[in-house]
Design a protein around this ligand. Structure first.
Ligand code: FES
Length: 169
């Protein structure tokens, strides 16, 4: 990886090829501004409200509204659960991994056992994750346009943009 280009999403990264932004990527902002703020939201390509996060030296990008009920993830805390960095939705505290968009939950082995024994489990990918690329201090997002439906897609319509507000921080 060159010193000029960093790709933060291990699950969707592609080898850096030049100091130009990837084709079909969209400029989000200056690296220094996002690092300073820790997060930024943007309407990307006129169709997708995206949250870009900078956490522990890495950029992450995901759909801005929570897959559960459209909660404002840009106001969520970032915490570690079961060794994985997650954003915690401020509405009902669902946990979503930053790198994969998986919903995590605590499962109980036997609800009648005392004390209760719980384990972290995954619901699978629930939040659409996008690829972030940094080139010469500029940060770009390439939308994940996989045709496979992901739960957070439901909240990427004009209806939710109007009722819950567009990307603005
Ligand atoms: S809307 Fe996010 S947990 Fe309910």
């Amino acid at each position: 990886m060159s010193s000029e280009e960093e790709t933060s999403q291990t699950s969707s990264s592609s080898p850096p090829s030049s100091s130009s932004p990837p084709p079909a990527s969209h400029f989000i902002g200056k690296k220094e501004d996002i690092v300073k703020a820790g997060r930024m939201t943007k309407l990307v390509n006129g169709c997708r409200d995206v949250l870009v996060l900078y956490h522990q030296g890495q950029f992450h990008a995901m759909d801005m509204r929570c897959y559960h009920s459209g909660g404002a993830l840009q106001y969520g805390d970032i915490e570690e659960f079961n060794g994985r960095q997650c954003i915690v939705c401020p509405w009902h505290k669902y946990k979503i991994t930053l790198a994969e968009g998986e919903g995590l939950y605590q499962a109980v082995d036997n609800p009648t056992a005392k004390p209760l024994r719980t384990h972290w489990r995954s619901k699978g990918v629930k939040q659409r994750i996008h690829k972030v690329t940094e080139v010469n201090g500029d940060v770009y997002v390439t939308l994940n346009d996989s045709s496979e439906a992901i739960d957070s897609d439901v909240y990427q319509t004009e209806k939710y943009r109007t009722t819950q507000g567009p990307a603005k921080i």
